[in-house]
Ligand binder design. Sequence first.
Ligand code: PRP
Length: 212
Amino acid sequence: MRYLTFALGKGRLAKTTLELFEKIGITCEEMKDKDSRKLIFVNEELKLKFFLSKGPDVPTYVEYGAADIGIVGKDTIVEEGRKLFEVMDLGFGKCKMCVCGPESAKELLKHNQLIRVATKYPNIAKDYFYNKKNQTVEIIKLNGSIELAPIVGLSEVIVDIVETGSTLRENGLQVLEEICPLSARMVVNQVSMRMENERISKLINDLRRVME
Ligand code: PRP
């Protein structure tokens, strides 16, 4: 039997993913060692491999078949636009993609003004402003702490993930428009879906059962 390889996005989602997998009997003890610098982990009995990568790289590994299966946020799936099958909503990591800014920016969104939008998600921001709202904007790509941008005057608004809303509140910002709901998803390589259909279908069914 060949190995089925999982790519997990580092960080918030990885921990919950491993907890969910444990419930269906998939364990990877080695992976829990926080001090380890090891990149890939093997479960020999079940013939499974796991690796952690930066979230935005997960769809890349899955499209090219370096991983059969990926666990990643819907935000990353949409932003990266890779060829893969999204097979399951895992129901955790729930949050929303939103346009946020100070209250004063509300007017700028209403009147189709040329504004600057800072974001880690330029493709999602472009699609929203150009295709859904028909508003011409300047998109500025950042890599984190996006909420800083309107505070220091880099942009009028941001497009970012809002979970509890506390980052916004603590920085005097608010949700101005909601773009779409997000959560963790399972994605599968298109060839693996055919070649390993039996094992992958069983995995999905097992997960469905414990999620109920
Ligand atoms: C995310 C997101 C917001 C925050 C939202 O950032 O970009 O900043 O979490 O969560 P909240 O609504 O519960 O406050 P993350 O902490 O992942 O790091 P980043 O700023 O480096 O992107």
